[in-house]
Design a protein around this ligand. Structure first.
Ligand SMILES: Cc1cc2nc3c(=O)[nH]c(=O)nc-3n(C[C@H](O)[C@H](O)[C@H](O)COP(=O)(O)OP(=O)(O)OC[C@H]3O[C@@H](n4cnc5c(N)ncnc54)[C@H](O)[C@@H]3O)c2cc1C
Length: 384
């Protein structure tokens, strides 16, 4: 059997890995190169701390387990870092959001501790004394998207074609999809997987189903002492609000500022970020960079003396109902889609790749794909 995967982000690379492991001949086509889009410009929280109970959280829990398994097997050893996530509040609005969120997480059996101001000072010397409440969400992790892609591609030995833009689907005289047409000519295969992030909108004719959401991130120089004093990633209550978790009339601001400070294994810090209704450019603007830094320093004052090394931006692909599209494309037997992971695709990439592989090979699919069915949108299909 042969499968063409359109898109070499973490989702396409994961599908390639699991298919190749089963002996399938896989070719991945990317309009640019591996991890060129969202996967290469993301933070890497492998996390449920910012998710609400429901199908995406269930998938994320399966995603975290799979990261641990692949790490123990050696494939992702050293590329997946286990850690807790701390969600922190400095205002009454954020405290209310945290209280509601803690109750929701505990309601589905997750291990969450509530930390008072004094607990926070004891655990995190570098934190601002303005922070009055925290939640520790256990058993979380972090992975850098492009490193995961590199490991998956190396292990699968799948053929990757760079600068290969898929333009449409190739059909036989009966109308069955038999591959794709590209700027490098037609490529035939038994099945096609569309894992093209924002590029999936054109291929499947669904510009009104997928929404681009820009995010801006910063990376600092190494600051080993400060880094070592942080027992996990920290996230502001505002970050939950930028993901739609409001209590009462409180609203996220227009640019969706929500602070995340992630102490990286290198001793550096990854700092985020924004969640903007924009696909405009993959670039940063001074206003956002300054505001993201200001908010991070307000939580961890010691960051003020750490130099910023770079700023970057990426575009997330969201679905209008906030759940990804994973499954067979309606009206076809051999075209599959896996896109729309918004800010969760690093966490969900491997588990989605495994599910797509099981689906194509007609095996039992471990992940419940019912809530993610592409058929919930009548528009999803292969354009004639
Ligand atoms: C700022 C930011 C922060 C994030 N933080 C996190 C986080 O902490 N945790 C988390 O889990 N997720 C996070 N994400 C989300 C995560 O990065 C994405 O959900 C994930 O990378 C999506 O992977 P993908 O493979 O679906 O898409 P992409 O990585 O976008 O890959 C799609 C690929 O398809 C290619 N392509 C597109 N169209 C075509 C075509 N016509 N022909 C051929 N190739 C094509 C592109 O070149 C691209 O390489 C973040 C994202 C951003 C932007």
């Amino acid at each position: 059997m042969s499968v063409v995967i359109v898109g070499c982000g973490i989702v396409g690379a994961s599908a390639a890995y699991f298919l190749a492991k089963e002996g399938v001949k896989v070719e991945i086509l990317d309009a640019i190169e591996p991890a060129a889009q969202a996967t290469g410009s993301a933070d890497g929280a492998v996390s449920v701390a910012s998710k609400r109970p429901g199908p995406v959280m269930n998938a994320a829990l399966a995603g975290i387990s799979l990261y641990r398994e692949l790490s123990q097997q050696g494939l992702l050893a050293g590329a997946f870092k286990s850690r807790s996530t701390f969600v922190l509040a400095s205002s009454q609005i954020e405290c209310d959001v945290l209280d509601a969120h803690a109750a929701a997480l505990r309601g589905v059996g997750l291990r969450v501790d509530t930390l008072s101001r004094a607990d926070l000072r004891g655990r995190f010397a570098p934190l601002s004394s303005d922070l009055s409440l925290g939640l520790e969400v256990f058993d979380e992790g972090h992975a850098i998207g492009y490193q995961v892609v590199h490991r998956l591609l190396t292990a699968s030995a799948a053929k990757v074609r760079r600068n290969c833009r898929v333009e449409s689907f190739l059909r036989d005289e009966k109308g069955t999809v038999v591959g794709v047409t590209t700027n490098q000519g037609p490529i035939r295969s038994d099945a096609v997987v569309v894992a093209s992030g924002n590029g999936s909108a054109d291929l499947l004719g669904i510009p009104d189903v997928l929404i681009p959401r820009k995010g801006q991130l910063l990376v600092t120089e190494r600051a080993p002492a400060l880094n070592a004093a942080m027992p996990g990633a920290i996230m502001s209550g505002r970050y939950l609000m930028s993901k739609g978790m409001q209590v009462g009339a409180a609203k996220a601001d227009d640019r969706g500022y929500g602070t995340v400070v992630d102490p990286l294994a290198t001793g550096q810090f990854l700092i985020g970020g924004t969640r903007e209704s924009s696909a405009e450019k993959h670039t940063n603007d001074v206003e956002a960079v300054a505001e993201v830094l200001r908010r991070a320093v307000a939580m961890v004052p010691g960051l003020a003396s750490v130099r910023l090394l770079r700023a970057f931006a990426g575009i997330r692909t969201a679905v209008v109902d906030s759940k990804p599209l994973i499954g067979r494309v309606p009206g076809t037997d051999n075209v599959y889609v896996a896109t729309g992971f918004e800010g969760d695709g690093i966490c969900l990439g491997p588990v989605t790749g495994q599910a797509i592989s099981q689906l194509i090979l007609d095996r039992h699919v471990d992940l419940d794909l019912t809530p993610f069915s592409p058929a919930r949108f009548t528009q999803v299909g292969v354009p004639a």
